[in-house]
Design a protein around this ligand. Structure first.
Ligand code: GAR
Length: 198
């Protein structure tokens, strides 16, 4: 990554986009990085409205377009994207996209991987499974994306305790606080480390 221009982030999200919004605001005044665009696979995803409000370019691609890959890659290149951040993005990225951005795709997972990862493990399904198993803690994992679901190198983890009466919704709220608190900073650290290593 060159250090004389800002590192451009593409945020990919399928849902409400609370994490995407925190990241957009965090990098508004950054000297090293900026959010270049928000991409979703769902026309009705709340993240699009958040991007619109924040004045960030946003684009929807269908599942077929994600599978075909070229429309998405062309858009990423046109926007000058250097790194991709998955913030609640629920499609598996094609090998072509992963190859085009080696070690430059970051995902957040709402549990302590390697537990509760893999296909179908997202959002409330994760928290329901954790509570059902009577685990005493959960947390967040931020990791690099490779071609296996939730198996890339872990960049950051932090845990929170679970009390015996906690519901999946209460756990989700607790985990979301951790996500909002840490995700933007971990991305910033990752970018500044890449700049130093460039
Ligand atoms: C976040 O909790 C994120 O960890 C999760 O989706 C949520 C998106 O919330 N991602 C996964 O479960 C990926 N397997 P948001 O739309 O409010 O940012």
């Amino acid at each position: 990554m060159t250090h004389n221009k800002k590192v451009k982030i593409a945020l990919l999200a399928s849902g409400s986009g609370t994490n995407a919004e925190k990241i957009i605001h965090y990098f508004k005044d950054s000297e090293i990085s900026e959010v270049a665009c928000v991409i979703s696979n769902r026309q009705k995803a709340g993240v699009l409205e958040r991007a619109q409000k924040a004045g960030v370019n946003h684009q929807v691609f269908s599942m077929q377009e994600f599978e075909a890959t070229t429309p998405v890659l062309n858009y990423l290149q046109k926007q000058g994207v250097d790194i991709i951040v998955l913030a609640g993005f629920l499609l598996k990225l094609s090998p072509e996209i992963i190859t085009a951005y080696p070690d430059k795709i970051i995902n957040i997972h709402p549990a302590l991987l390697p537990k509760y990862g893999g296909k179908g493990m997202y959002g409330h399904f994760v928290h329901e499974a954790v509570i059902k198993n009577r685990d005493q803690e959960s947390g967040i994992t931020i990791h690099l994306v490779n071609d296996e679901y939730d198996k890339g190198d872990i960049i950051f983890q932090t845990a929170c305790p679970i009390n015996p009466e906690m519901t999946p919704e209460q756990l989700a709220a607790k985990v979301q606080v951790l996500e909002h608190q840490h995700f933007p900073k971990v991305i910033e650290q990752f970018i500044s480390d890449s700049i130093k290593g460039a």
